[in-house]
Ligand binder design. Structure first.
Ligand code: ATP
Length: 246
Protein backbone atom coordinates (compact mmCIF):
# COMPACT_ATOMS: atom_id res chain seq x y z
CA UNK A 1 0.00 0.00 0.00
CA UNK A 2 1.54 3.30 -1.11
CA UNK A 3 0.90 6.14 1.38
CA UNK A 4 -0.98 9.01 -0.27
CA UNK A 5 1.52 11.46 1.23
CA UNK A 6 4.52 9.87 -0.49
CA UNK A 7 6.24 12.51 -2.70
CA UNK A 8 6.34 10.02 -5.61
CA UNK A 9 2.77 8.80 -5.03
CA UNK A 10 1.53 9.29 -8.63
CA UNK A 11 4.57 7.65 -10.14
CA UNK A 12 4.47 4.71 -7.72
CA UNK A 13 0.74 4.25 -8.35
CA UNK A 14 1.43 3.91 -12.08
CA UNK A 15 4.11 1.30 -11.42
CA UNK A 16 1.66 -0.55 -9.19
CA UNK A 17 -0.99 -0.52 -11.94
CA UNK A 18 1.49 -1.90 -14.46
CA UNK A 19 2.75 -4.56 -12.04
CA UNK A 20 -0.89 -5.56 -11.45
CA UNK A 21 -1.36 -5.55 -15.23
CA UNK A 22 1.57 -7.93 -15.51
CA UNK A 23 0.19 -10.23 -12.81
CA UNK A 24 -3.26 -10.10 -14.47
CA UNK A 25 -1.73 -11.09 -17.79
CA UNK A 26 -2.30 -7.85 -19.80
CA UNK A 27 1.14 -6.31 -19.68
CA UNK A 28 4.37 -7.99 -20.76
CA UNK A 29 7.82 -7.52 -19.21
CA UNK A 30 8.91 -5.58 -22.30
CA UNK A 31 6.02 -3.19 -21.65
CA UNK A 32 7.39 -2.48 -18.17
CA UNK A 33 10.73 -1.53 -19.74
CA UNK A 34 8.98 0.73 -22.26
CA UNK A 35 7.28 2.41 -19.29
CA UNK A 36 10.70 3.05 -17.78
CA UNK A 37 11.77 4.92 -20.90
CA UNK A 38 8.58 6.94 -20.65
CA UNK A 39 9.20 7.73 -16.97
CA UNK A 40 12.59 9.20 -17.79
CA UNK A 41 11.06 11.61 -20.31
CA UNK A 42 8.22 12.36 -17.93
CA UNK A 43 10.80 13.49 -15.38
CA UNK A 44 12.43 15.76 -17.94
CA UNK A 45 9.06 17.35 -18.64
CA UNK A 46 8.52 18.11 -14.95
CA UNK A 47 5.81 15.40 -14.81
CA UNK A 48 3.25 17.81 -16.11
CA UNK A 49 1.36 18.60 -19.32
CA UNK A 50 3.51 21.27 -20.93
CA UNK A 51 1.76 23.91 -23.08
CA UNK A 52 2.75 22.37 -26.46
CA UNK A 53 1.30 19.04 -25.28
CA UNK A 54 -1.89 20.86 -24.37
CA UNK A 55 -1.97 22.29 -27.92
CA UNK A 56 -1.40 18.81 -29.39
CA UNK A 57 -4.21 17.39 -27.25
CA UNK A 58 -6.55 20.01 -28.76
CA UNK A 59 -5.38 19.17 -32.26
CA UNK A 60 -5.78 15.43 -31.58
CA UNK A 61 -9.30 16.01 -30.29
CA UNK A 62 -10.08 18.02 -33.42
CA UNK A 63 -8.85 15.25 -35.72
CA UNK A 64 -10.82 12.64 -33.79
CA UNK A 65 -13.92 14.85 -33.88
CA UNK A 66 -13.62 15.21 -37.66
CA UNK A 67 -12.97 11.50 -38.27
CA UNK A 68 -15.55 9.37 -40.04
CA UNK A 69 -14.31 6.10 -38.57
CA UNK A 70 -12.05 6.70 -35.55
CA UNK A 71 -10.34 3.76 -33.85
CA UNK A 72 -8.61 3.55 -30.49
CA UNK A 73 -5.83 1.00 -30.39
CA UNK A 74 -5.40 -0.62 -26.96
CA UNK A 75 -2.22 -2.36 -25.84
CA UNK A 76 -1.09 -4.08 -22.65
CA UNK A 77 0.22 -0.91 -20.98
CA UNK A 78 -2.78 1.26 -21.75
CA UNK A 79 -5.15 -1.53 -20.63
CA UNK A 80 -3.37 -1.57 -17.27
CA UNK A 81 -3.02 2.20 -16.89
CA UNK A 82 -6.27 3.76 -18.07
CA UNK A 83 -8.93 1.30 -19.33
CA UNK A 84 -11.93 3.25 -17.97
CA UNK A 85 -11.09 6.49 -19.72
CA UNK A 86 -10.35 4.75 -23.02
CA UNK A 87 -13.85 3.33 -22.90
CA UNK A 88 -15.25 6.78 -22.05
CA UNK A 89 -13.41 8.34 -24.99
CA UNK A 90 -14.65 5.63 -27.35
CA UNK A 91 -18.21 6.35 -26.28
CA UNK A 92 -17.84 10.12 -26.62
CA UNK A 93 -16.59 9.61 -30.19
CA UNK A 94 -18.49 6.49 -31.15
CA UNK A 95 -15.03 5.14 -31.90
CA UNK A 96 -14.11 1.47 -32.19
CA UNK A 97 -11.80 -0.08 -29.60
CA UNK A 98 -9.31 -2.59 -30.99
CA UNK A 99 -6.83 -4.65 -29.00
CA UNK A 100 -3.55 -4.53 -30.87
CA UNK A 101 -0.47 -6.07 -29.29
CA UNK A 102 3.16 -6.32 -30.31
CA UNK A 103 3.56 -9.57 -28.33
CA UNK A 104 0.18 -10.99 -29.18
CA UNK A 105 -1.34 -14.21 -27.96
CA UNK A 106 -4.97 -15.21 -27.60
CA UNK A 107 -4.89 -15.29 -23.83
CA UNK A 108 -3.63 -11.70 -23.49
CA UNK A 109 -6.08 -10.46 -26.10
CA UNK A 110 -8.96 -12.14 -24.26
CA UNK A 111 -7.92 -10.77 -20.86
CA UNK A 112 -7.66 -7.20 -22.17
CA UNK A 113 -10.97 -7.55 -23.94
CA UNK A 114 -12.62 -8.74 -20.72
CA UNK A 115 -11.13 -5.82 -18.80
CA UNK A 116 -12.51 -3.28 -21.28
CA UNK A 117 -15.94 -4.93 -21.21
CA UNK A 118 -15.89 -4.73 -17.40
CA UNK A 119 -15.17 -1.02 -17.78
CA UNK A 120 -18.37 -0.60 -19.78
CA UNK A 121 -17.29 -1.06 -23.41
CA UNK A 122 -19.99 -2.43 -25.72
CA UNK A 123 -17.73 -3.99 -28.31
CA UNK A 124 -14.02 -4.76 -28.60
CA UNK A 125 -12.47 -5.74 -31.90
CA UNK A 126 -10.19 -8.74 -31.62
CA UNK A 127 -10.47 -10.52 -34.96
CA UNK A 128 -7.37 -10.01 -37.05
CA UNK A 129 -8.40 -10.77 -40.57
CA UNK A 130 -6.50 -8.00 -42.38
CA UNK A 131 -2.84 -7.04 -42.77
CA UNK A 132 -1.22 -3.63 -42.84
CA UNK A 133 1.46 -3.82 -45.52
CA UNK A 134 5.05 -3.02 -44.61
CA UNK A 135 5.12 -4.39 -41.04
CA UNK A 136 6.88 -7.61 -40.13
CA UNK A 137 5.70 -8.04 -36.55
CA UNK A 138 2.40 -9.50 -35.32
CA UNK A 139 1.15 -5.94 -35.20
CA UNK A 140 0.57 -6.03 -38.95
CA UNK A 141 -2.57 -8.06 -38.22
CA UNK A 142 -5.51 -5.81 -37.61
CA UNK A 143 -9.26 -5.94 -37.56
CA UNK A 144 -10.93 -5.31 -40.89
CA UNK A 145 -13.73 -3.36 -39.20
CA UNK A 146 -11.31 -1.40 -37.04
CA UNK A 147 -7.80 -0.17 -37.83
CA UNK A 148 -7.86 -1.53 -41.38
CA UNK A 149 -10.85 0.54 -42.47
CA UNK A 150 -10.55 3.39 -39.95
CA UNK A 151 -9.50 6.85 -41.10
CA UNK A 152 -8.04 8.09 -37.80
CA UNK A 153 -6.22 5.86 -35.32
CA UNK A 154 -5.25 6.81 -31.77
CA UNK A 155 -2.18 4.94 -30.54
CA UNK A 156 -0.19 5.20 -27.32
CA UNK A 157 3.14 3.71 -26.27
CA UNK A 158 3.56 2.62 -29.84
CA UNK A 159 6.48 1.56 -32.01
CA UNK A 160 7.59 3.59 -34.99
CA UNK A 161 7.15 0.90 -37.63
CA UNK A 162 3.44 0.64 -37.24
CA UNK A 163 2.92 4.39 -36.95
CA UNK A 164 4.82 4.84 -40.19
CA UNK A 165 2.89 2.06 -41.93
CA UNK A 166 -0.47 3.48 -40.82
CA UNK A 167 0.48 6.93 -42.07
CA UNK A 168 1.57 5.37 -45.39
CA UNK A 169 -1.91 3.86 -45.64
CA UNK A 170 -3.27 7.42 -45.63
CA UNK A 171 -4.62 7.30 -42.08
CA UNK A 172 -4.44 10.11 -39.59
CA UNK A 173 -2.41 8.83 -36.65
CA UNK A 174 -2.54 10.48 -33.25
CA UNK A 175 0.31 9.22 -31.08
CA UNK A 176 0.71 9.64 -27.33
CA UNK A 177 4.40 9.24 -26.60
CA UNK A 178 6.53 10.76 -23.84
CA UNK A 179 9.65 10.59 -26.00
CA UNK A 180 9.66 13.55 -28.41
CA UNK A 181 12.57 11.96 -30.29
CA UNK A 182 11.04 8.55 -30.98
CA UNK A 183 10.26 7.44 -34.51
CA UNK A 184 6.60 7.36 -33.54
CA UNK A 185 6.71 10.97 -32.36
CA UNK A 186 8.36 12.06 -35.58
CA UNK A 187 6.08 10.12 -37.92
CA UNK A 188 2.58 10.48 -36.48
CA UNK A 189 0.17 13.02 -37.92
CA UNK A 190 -0.29 14.51 -34.46
CA UNK A 191 2.03 13.72 -31.57
CA UNK A 192 1.08 14.36 -27.98
CA UNK A 193 4.22 14.30 -25.84
CA UNK A 194 2.74 13.56 -22.44
CA UNK A 195 1.85 10.69 -20.14
CA UNK A 196 -1.07 8.65 -21.44
CA UNK A 197 -2.59 8.81 -17.97
CA UNK A 198 -2.78 12.61 -18.16
CA UNK A 199 -3.68 12.74 -21.84
CA UNK A 200 -6.69 10.42 -21.98
CA UNK A 201 -8.98 12.41 -19.63
CA UNK A 202 -7.91 15.72 -21.21
CA UNK A 203 -8.48 14.38 -24.72
CA UNK A 204 -11.91 13.12 -23.73
CA UNK A 205 -12.84 16.54 -22.32
CA UNK A 206 -11.60 18.33 -25.44
CA UNK A 207 -13.51 16.02 -27.76
CA UNK A 208 -16.71 16.78 -25.85
CA UNK A 209 -16.17 20.54 -26.26
CA UNK A 210 -16.18 20.51 -30.05
CA UNK A 211 -19.55 21.22 -31.56
CA UNK A 212 -18.81 22.25 -35.13
CA UNK A 213 -16.47 21.17 -37.89
CA UNK A 214 -15.21 24.67 -38.71
CA UNK A 215 -13.87 25.14 -35.22
CA UNK A 216 -12.13 21.74 -35.33
CA UNK A 217 -10.61 22.53 -38.75
CA UNK A 218 -9.33 25.86 -37.48
CA UNK A 219 -7.58 24.12 -34.55
CA UNK A 220 -6.06 21.56 -36.92
CA UNK A 221 -4.76 24.19 -39.31
CA UNK A 222 -2.90 25.97 -36.53
CA UNK A 223 -1.08 22.77 -35.44
CA UNK A 224 2.33 21.91 -36.85
CA UNK A 225 3.91 18.67 -35.59
CA UNK A 226 7.59 19.52 -36.00
CA UNK A 227 7.19 22.98 -34.51
CA UNK A 228 5.27 21.43 -31.62
CA UNK A 229 7.99 18.80 -30.99
CA UNK A 230 10.64 21.52 -31.01
CA UNK A 231 8.61 23.47 -28.45
CA UNK A 232 8.49 20.38 -26.23
CA UNK A 233 12.26 20.01 -26.54
CA UNK A 234 12.64 23.67 -25.60
CA UNK A 235 10.65 22.98 -22.43
CA UNK A 236 12.95 20.10 -21.57
CA UNK A 237 16.02 22.30 -22.11
CA UNK A 238 14.49 25.05 -19.98
CA UNK A 239 13.59 22.56 -17.25
CA UNK A 240 17.10 21.11 -17.23
CA UNK A 241 18.77 24.51 -17.26
CA UNK A 242 16.83 25.75 -14.26
CA UNK A 243 16.72 22.58 -12.16
CA UNK A 244 19.80 22.89 -9.97
CA UNK A 245 19.32 26.57 -9.27
CA UNK A 246 15.76 26.06 -7.97
P1 ATP B 1 10.02 4.17 -31.75
O1 ATP B 1 9.98 2.85 -32.47
O2 ATP B 1 8.83 5.03 -32.03
O3 ATP B 1 11.33 4.94 -31.84
P2 ATP B 1 10.46 2.89 -29.23
O4 ATP B 1 11.36 1.91 -29.84
O5 ATP B 1 10.95 3.69 -28.06
O6 ATP B 1 9.83 3.91 -30.21
P3 ATP B 1 8.79 1.32 -27.64
O7 ATP B 1 9.93 0.60 -27.07
O8 ATP B 1 7.61 0.53 -28.05
O9 ATP B 1 9.13 2.17 -28.87
O10 ATP B 1 8.44 2.39 -26.53
C1 ATP B 1 7.25 2.95 -26.34
C2 ATP B 1 7.31 4.45 -26.19
O11 ATP B 1 6.25 4.78 -25.27
C3 ATP B 1 8.58 5.05 -25.61
O12 ATP B 1 8.97 6.13 -26.45
C4 ATP B 1 8.18 5.63 -24.25
O13 ATP B 1 8.79 6.87 -24.01
C5 ATP B 1 6.68 5.81 -24.41
N1 ATP B 1 5.93 5.66 -23.16
C6 ATP B 1 6.11 4.75 -22.17
N2 ATP B 1 5.22 4.90 -21.19
C7 ATP B 1 4.43 5.94 -21.56
C8 ATP B 1 3.31 6.57 -20.98
N3 ATP B 1 2.83 6.21 -19.78
N4 ATP B 1 2.72 7.58 -21.65
C9 ATP B 1 3.20 7.97 -22.86
N5 ATP B 1 4.26 7.42 -23.47
C10 ATP B 1 4.88 6.42 -22.83
Amino acid sequence: MIPYTHPRYESLKKREKLADGYRDGFTVLEGLIAHGRGEAFNYLLGETTVPPAREAIKAGAALLFLAEAPVISVNGNTAALCPEVMVELSKALKAKLEVNLFYRNDDRVERIKRKLLECGADEILTEYSADIPGINSERRKVSREGIYSGDVVLVAIEDGDRTEALVRQGKGVIAIDLNPLSRTARKATITIVDDVIRVMPALTEEVKHFSNRNEAMRVLRSYNRDRNLQEVLNYIIKFLTGTLSR
